[in-house]
Design a protein. Structure first.
Length: 439
């Protein structure tokens, strides 16, 4: 313990909550830790430990003497929120009226993404989106760029400047889209490789191979994407799967030799650890089982699925079958940057499927569940010793409605549920990244 005073120490006081397992699958005692009045101790930006405020004396006196202190008494301290699927390049077309998926893509999305050929559009949007993610308490996200490599450069540069753990990739799309947002199989492979060389593993950044979805890629492009994923042990993959009925029928026409939608991705080697697919609503039993067995994750995007009329994700069934599931805003198909609002919609979707998503399980989903879905749980997602010190401070009385309701709660679960349903970004009092307050 004698080297400790040469490190930078931060001791944070507040109500500390973090998860060790999925509360839907494990008993309370194994699934979460809650300290009503506790401390979180970080050294050089990494979690050292947590404890009850009463037991502060467990931290050696020389450390306490040199530590910085942050008093968030009475506020809730949680690991940074994890958005497992969002399109930063759609920030300017979120809330576009009236379409379902395929028309929405053609009428609004592709034209909006075409603007990202200009680096200044990319830089301005990246700065705005990263600012807003932090304001909403999101410290890690799996992010889609446009087809243009410069869109990824802009996002990665902005995330690196703030020291964030972020995933991003350039959309690969070589058919069924306008020429302004179309690449070729060969060029998409080269551009993705250049971006991997430039960004993957730099500071806390990772590259995600991003074939947009099966309909906008030729078999040649999907094969190149699969080869890239197989080329290194730590690259990620993101795409879309079984979001909309017409999309599913179209994929069956385009890939007649494949058994189902997931089989297209399986055929090209795009399933397995560190792969995550948005939506996954209209899946067969076979696809669900295959995702579970291969470790292929699903991103649950409730605001998007309601907004685009896509359907109701079967969270209970997917989690029960062992699929890694994360929660996601899916901006701009989704309607909010807020993971809190997204959690409220996840609750409503699960109600419509006759399985109420419990408040503890919900907050697991927004933190450790997301980290696991992205295979980043060795770095982020909870306050186990050695984890990176990304955390948020939530004010439970941020609005009069919340304060009034909170006064009438008795249990942690009741407070978390009121926060889920009534809360939003107004509750995010502070966002810390590697122990530095950056919002
Ligand atoms: N499927 C293919 N591209 C997209 C997209 O940008 N958003 C959504 N929600 N679904 C997609
Ligand atoms: Zn998406």
């Amino acid at each position: 313990m004698n080297t400790q005073t040469s490190q930078t120490h931060l001791i944070v006081r507040g109500s500390i909550l973090h998860f060790l397992q999925d509360p839907g699958l494990y008993p309370d005692a194994e699934s979460y830790r809650y300290l009503d009045d506790g401390y979180l101790w970080l050294a050089d930006g990494y979690v050292r430990t947590t404890g009850a405020w009463d037991a502060l004396g467990d931290i050696p006196a020389p450390v306490r003497n040199v530590a910085e202190w942050a008093d968030h008494s009475g506020q809730l301290i949680l690991p940074g929120l994890v958005d497992t699927h969002m399109h930063y390049v759609q920030a300017g077309m979120i809330a576009s009226f009236g379409c379902r998926l395929l028309d929405w893509l053609n009428d609004y999305t592709f034209p909006a993404e075409a603007a990202f050929t200009h680096p200044e559009v990319a830089a301005e949007t990246a700065r705005f989106v990263v600012d807003r993610l932090l304001a909403h308490g999101t410290t890690t996200a799996s992010v889609f760029g446009s087809v243009h490599p410069q869109s990824v450069d802009a996002f990665m540069a902005e995330a690196q400047r703030r020291g964030l753990r972020m995933l991003c990739g350039k959309a690969m799309m070589d058919r069924h889209c306008p020429p302004e947002v179309r690449d070729t199989a060969e060029r998409s492979g080269r551009d993705s490789q250049d971006l991997i060389d430039r960004w993957h593993g730099k500071d806390r950044l990772r590259y995600t191979i991003t074939p947009r979805f099966a309909p906008t890629s030729t078999p040649e492009q999907l094969a190149i994407a699969g080869q890239l994923y197989q080329s290194r042990p730590d690259l990620h993959v993101q795409s879309h799967l079984a979001e909309n009925d017409k999309e599913v029928a179209w994929v069956a026409e385009l890939f007649p030799d494949q058994r189902d939608y997931l089989d297209v991705y399986e055929h090209y080697g795009l399933t397995g650890p560190r792969t995550i697919y948005g939506h996954c609503i209209h899946l067969t039993e076979r696809e669900q089982l295959a995702m579970s067995q291969s470790g292929t994750a699903a991103a649950f995007c409730p605001t998007s699925n309601l907004f685009l009329g896509s359907g109701l994700f079967d969270y209970y069934g997917m989690a029960k079958s062992g699929v890694r599931v994360g929660l996601a805003t899916d901006v701009g198909g989704g309607t909010s940057f807020s993971m809190i609002r997204t959690l409220a919609e996840a609750y409503k979707v699960s109600q419509a499927r006759h399985h109420a998503l419990s408040p503890l399980r919900g907050w697991y989903l927004a933190t450790l569940g997301g980290a696991r879905a992205l295979y980043l749980e060795e770095f982020i997602g909870n306050f186990e010793p050695g984890r990176e010190g990304d955390f948020i401070v939530l004010k439970l009385d941020a609005t009069p409605e919340l304060a009034f309701r909170m006064d009438r709660t008795r249990t942690l679960a009741e407070r978390l549920f009121a926060l889920t349903i009534l809360g939003d970004e107004r509750c995010v009092a502070a966002t810390y990244v590697m122990g530095q307050r950056i919002h």
